[in-house]
Design a protein around this ligand. Structure first.
Ligand SMILES: Nc1ncnc2c1ncn2[C@@H]1O[C@H](COP(=O)(O)OP(=O)(O)OP(=O)(O)O)[C@@H](O)[C@H]1O
Length: 248
C-alpha cells in the first residue's frame, strides 16, 4: 500500500536533511506506529505520502501510484485515498458536527443523497450520533478528535494517516481514540500513526517504525515505543560478587 525506496528529503532552507535514505514497505491493512524524537522526520514522511511535500530523491508509492508522477490535477484523487487526522483536530468552527463531516464529501462532489446516508453512519461509528448538531467548541477534545476521525473515514480512504492524534488528550481519552483508529483499521484501512505516546504503543504492540535524525533506525513487528523497553528487563543484572572473607 505504501512503498518508500531510498527516500531523502531536504527542505530548501533546512540546515540538515529531514529524511535520509528511508526504505520501508507498509502492506494493505497494516497498523503501524511511527515513532522518534521531535524533529526526527515523522511529519515530513506523512506529508510526502499526501504529496504536500516532494522527496528530494528516492521514490514514494501510495496505492501503486508514484506520487512524484501524479500531475497536480491528480492530487485531489490521491487525497481521496488517504485520510488524515491531526493533533489539533482542524474542524471548521462555524459548522456543526454533521456539516463538518459532510463537508469532506461535498468537496469531492459526492451526491447529496449519498452524503445524507453516510454521514449518520460515520457518526454512529465514532459514537457521536446524539451530538450531530453541536458545534466543535461545544465538544470535549476527545469528541472533537472523534469527529475528525469520522470526517477522515467517511469517504472510505484506503489509508488513514494520524499525526500525533492524542497529543492534546488525557490518557483515558487517548486510549479511546487509538481504539477507534483500531476499529477503522479492522474495517480494512491501512493506518499509520505518528506518536510520542509510549504507553499507547506499548499497550498495542503493533509494527513500529522508528526515525532518528531522518533515518529509519528500527522496523519491528509487535514493537514497543523504545527498543530498550524490551531489552532492559530481559538482560539479567550481574550479581555483585561478595568477597569470600566477607561471607559469614
Ligand atoms: N517546512 C520546513 N522547512 C524547513 N525545515 C523543516 C520544515 N518542516 C520541517 N522541517 C525540519 O525537518 C526536520 C523534521 O521535521 P518533522 O516536522 O518532520 O519532525 P517530527 O518528527 O514530525 O517532529 P515532531 O515530533 O516535533 O512533530 C526538522 O529538523 C524540522 O526542523
Amino acid at each position: 500500500m505504501i512503498v518508500l525506496s531510498s527516500v531523502s528529503k531536504r527542505y530548501p532552507n533546512g540546515d540538515r536533511p529531514a529524511l535520509v535514505d528511508v526504505t520501508a514497505e507498509i502492506g494493505v491493512g497494516e497498523f503501524v506506529f511511527l515513532v522518534g524524537p521531535s524533529g526526527s522526520g515523522k511529519t515530513t514522511l506523512l506529508r510526502l505520502l499526501l504529496r504536500e511535500e516532494r522527496a528530494t530523491s528516492g521514490r514514494v508509492l501510495v496505492a501503486g501510484r508514484d506520487v512524484a508522477r501524479i500531475p497536480d490535477r491528480g492530487v485531489p484523487q490521491l487525497r481521496r485515498l488517504v485520510g488524515c487526522v491531526f493533533q489539533d483536530f482542524r474542524l471548521l468552527p462555524n459548522r456543526t458536527v454533521t456539516a463538518n463531516i459532510a463537508f469532506a464529501l461535498d468537496v469531492v462532489g459526492r451526491p447529496r443523497h449519498v452524503v445524507r446516508s453516510v454521514v449518520p453512519e460515520a457518526l454512529d461509528l465514532v459514537g457521536l450520533a446524539e451530538k450531530a448538531d453541536r458545534y466543535p467548541d461545544e465538544l470535549s477534545g476527545g469528541e472533537q478528535q472523534r469527529v475528525a476521525i469520522a470526517r477522515a473515514f467517511v469517504g472510505r480512504p484506503r489509508i488513514l494517516l494520524a499525526d500525533e492524534p492524542t497529543g492534546n488528550l488525557d490518557p483515558n481519552t487517548s486510549i479511546e481514540i487509538v481504539n477507534l483508529l483500531d476499529t477503522v483499521h479492522q474495517a480494512g484501512t491501512t493506518v499509520v500513526m505518528a506518536t510520542h505516546n509510549a504507553s499507547l504503543v506499548n499497550a498495542m504492540r503493533r509494527r513500529v517504525l522508528e526515525l532518528s535524525d531522518g533515518a529509519l533506525i528500527r522496523d519491528e513487528a509487535r514493537g514497543r515505543y523504545n527498543q530498550d523497553d524490551l531489552a532492559v528487563p530481559m538482560i539479567p543484572r550481574p550479581r555483585p560478587r561478595v568477597p569470600a572473607d566477607r561471607v559469614r
